[in-house]
Write a protein that binds this ligand. Sequence first.
Ligand code: 5RP
Length: 249
Amino acid sequence: MANSELRGLVDNEKRRAAAQALHWVSDGMLVGLGSGSTAAYFIQLLGEALQAGKLRVQATATSLASETLARSVGVPLLAPRRGLRFDLTVDGADEIDPQLTLIKGGGGALLREKVLATASDYLLIIADSSKLVPQLGQFPLPLEVVPFALPWVLDAVAQLGGEPTVRVDKKKAPQPALSDQGNLLVDCHFRSIPDPTELALQLQAIPGVVEHGLFLGLARAAIVAQEEKLLVLRPGVAPADAVDFTKLP
Ligand code: 5RP
């Protein structure tokens, strides 16, 4: 299959997962908006539903890019404030294991994504089928790192077996990519992560690591489009046993 054809299929899965997530939004909800291309489809569709008068919601975005998109499609935005909680956050993921433990942060928004996921009653993940994995770790695990601490963080990650690389800004190479907070992003190539809980504890203990991209026990469900199927996964349910929205019960 040609690369462009594959990209088209993956894109189609992302769009279908995002469209399905719109059915999970009810009138009056406070919604967290994720980051990345799948979340962007969701934001676009949410904006269209609002403009058509089908829904009223207020939202907060997990990145400046998503905030700009949300504003451009007419989603009313709320600034962070004490006591603010979200009924639902809809976000993408880089890897999803059978427990719905996630690797996130491919787009560099892991800190704000984790803040909103934690401030939400329900985190719904939307993804194409390439994101489903039996075990996390093939996708490099992102860290957000305070610039001063970088050399020591790289040493500590290497000691954990993570082969770290500092992310480069593709448009301004060789300058490093910066998060929305102005911190560095370090991608850690672990290849396999058999114990995400243990690794999360080890990474949290490194001074200068602001946040890591392991999302443990946060996702309540994932909508994954797999060719013509639309699967709804819950923690611990194998994809083969997931609810398939494209089939009649
Ligand atoms: C950004 C993220 C994204 O949700 C993740 O990278 C998935 O992106 P996409 O929907 O473009 O595949 O974590 O920090």
